[in-house]
Each structure stands twice: as structure tokens, then as C-alpha cells.
Design a protein around this ligand. Structure first.
Ligand code: SAM
Length: 245
């Protein structure tokens, strides 16, 4: 359970709200049951329930989890805004595969028109999906989902990243297909990666050119055309494989 605050040296924690509801009502845990608590500074404690009241769970910290669950590079997944359920899928599966954060952007060919009046509700839902997926997959980092940014904002944001790639199916052709592998082999621990993907209709040539001018390497991801929601998962899996095997 994500505790949404840093560790301050306490021996006991108190969980309320959604966490309480999940522990006491959904999982029906009882006194003596154990669970992981994750502080916002990514310290993961092992907790044992001491008391369950009408609206809170009080648990004792009995130990610390030291196994590293995070990827050694921070990967920001930036998708051209696809249809709603596709982005939800990307957030859920991308979180399982270790994405650091999600930065959707409004692409030229995004068919969904972004309604800023509904932004707060949408973000809340996306963040909930990320939280549940992060808990499910025992992450120590809770990925942040940002509201969609403009293409220009994406370019500006990109300057702070060390490794920048844009997935472009045209570069999966013979003679060009090595770029992603090359980028992977140059990737070292501690770096940050910005990976950009098109929406269902792909990225325009103009967008690709502007990204390349901003230092992005346009990479093919194999000879098959992947759906907008599959391409980010391919990249995350490849990065995971590169570092962990
Ligand atoms: N433009 C294409 C079309 O409509 O036929 C396909 C777009 S594809 C469904 C969506 C996005 O996934 C692309 O913009 C690209 O970022 C990524 N993608 C899919 N397959 C890819 C591949 N083989 N290599 C690189 N990127 C790929």
C-alpha cells in the first residue's frame, strides 16, 4: 500500500481512507496479517496489523524490503493521446513493466478531443489505475500520470532527458532497424529515458522531423506494425531485458 508520505522514523503506521477500505473490507485482513507499506521516498516496510478500528488500521513495522523492484533507468512513456481505454491499458501494463511516469501529448492525429473540463476526473482515474497496478506488481515507485501536454511542451520537456527515442515504424525497414538496439546498448544505469509513441494513426512526418531536430532518435521496433498500446510495452520490456538479464 502506498502511504503517500515519507518515512519519518516511526515504528507504527496508521492507514485510513482507501488503504483502510482495501485492507479491512476488500482483503478482509485481520490482526496479525502482514502487508507491505511503501513510503513516498520509496522505502518499503513489512507491516503487521495490531489493531483494526471502524475507520483505520494500525500496524507495526516489523522489517524492511530491500529487493530492488525498479528499472535502473527512469522511463517516461509519452503517447500521442489515443482513445480512452487504450491509454488506461498503457498506464496499467506500463506500470507493471516499470514505467517511471506517463506524459501523454496531443498529437496531430489524436482523434480524441481533450476536454479540459473533464481533466481532473480523468487524471484521478488514470492515477488510480497506476496506483492499483503499482501495488499489484510490488513497485516501490508510484508512477505519476500527467495531463496531456501540447506537442510544443513535449519538445521543451525533452531537453532534460539523456536518452530520447521516438518509435517510428518507417525505421523498422532494413538498414535502419539497429537504432533501438544501439540506443539500448549505450544506456547506462541512473539515466532517464523519454520514449515517444504515436496515437492509432501514427505520427506525422512533421512531428518526426521536429522530434529528430530536438535530439530524438527515431527507432523501429521490429518489422511488424504494433498497435499504439503495444509499442510502449515493447520498449519497456526490451529495456527491462537489457538491464536484468
Ligand atoms: N501509421 C501507422 C498506420 O496507421 O498504419 C501505424 C501507427 S501505430 C498503430 C501507432 C504507433 O506505434 C506509431 O506511431 C509508432 O510510434 C508505434 N509503432 C508501431 N509499430 C511500430 C514499429 N514496428 N516500429 C516502431 N514504432 C512502431
Amino acid at each position: 500500500y502506498f502511504l503517500d508520505r515519507p518515512y519519518r522514523g516511526e515504528q507504527e503506521i496508521r492507514l485510513s481512507g482507501e488503504n483502510y477500505h482495501h485492507i479491512a473490507r476488500v482483503m478482509r485482513m485481520s490482526v496479525g496479517s502482514r502487508f507491505y507499506g511503501v513510503f513516498s521516498d520509496e522505502k518499503v516496510c513489512i507491516c503487521e496489523i495490531g489493531e483494526i478500528t471502524g475507520d483505520a488500521v494500525v500496524a507495526r513495522i516489523t522489517g524492511w524490503e530491500t529487493a530492488v523492484k525498479e528499472l535502473p533507468v527512469h522511463v517516461t512513456v509519452s503517447c500521442g493521446l489515443p482513445k480512452a481505454d487504450k491509454l488506461e491499458w498503457i498506464i496499467q501494463k506500463g506500470t507493471e513493466l516499470g514505467a517511471f511516469q506517463f506524459l501523454p501529448f496531443l498529437a496531430e492525429r489524436s482523434v480524441v478531443k481533450w476536454d479540459t473540463k473533464k481533466e481532473a476526473k480523468k487524471r484521478e482515474r488514470w492515477q488510480k489505475i497506476a496506483r492499483e497496478a503499482a501495488e499489484q506488481s510490488h513497485r516501490s515507485h508510484l508512477p505519476k500520470v500527467s495531463p496531456p501536454v501540447s506537442f510544443q511542451q513535449l519538445i521543451e520537456e525533452s531537453h532534460t532527458y539523456q536518452y530520447k527515442l521516438v518509435a517510428f515504424e518507417e525505421n523498422a525497414k532494413e538498414g535502419e532497424q539497429h537504432r533501438f538496439a544501439e540506443m539500448l546498448s549505450n544506456m547506462s544505469e541512473g539515466g532517464n529515458v523519454l520514449a515517444v509513441f504515436g496515437p492509432e494513426g501514427g505520427l506525422s512526418l512533421d512531428e518526426i522531423k521536429k522530434l529528430e531536430a530536438a535530439g530524438f532518435v527515431s527507432c523501429g521496433l521490429g518489422p511488424r506494425i504494433l498497435r499504439a498500446e503495444t509499442a510502449p510495452l515493447y520498449v519497456l520490456s526490451a529495456i527491462s531485458y537489457h538491464f536484468e538479464l
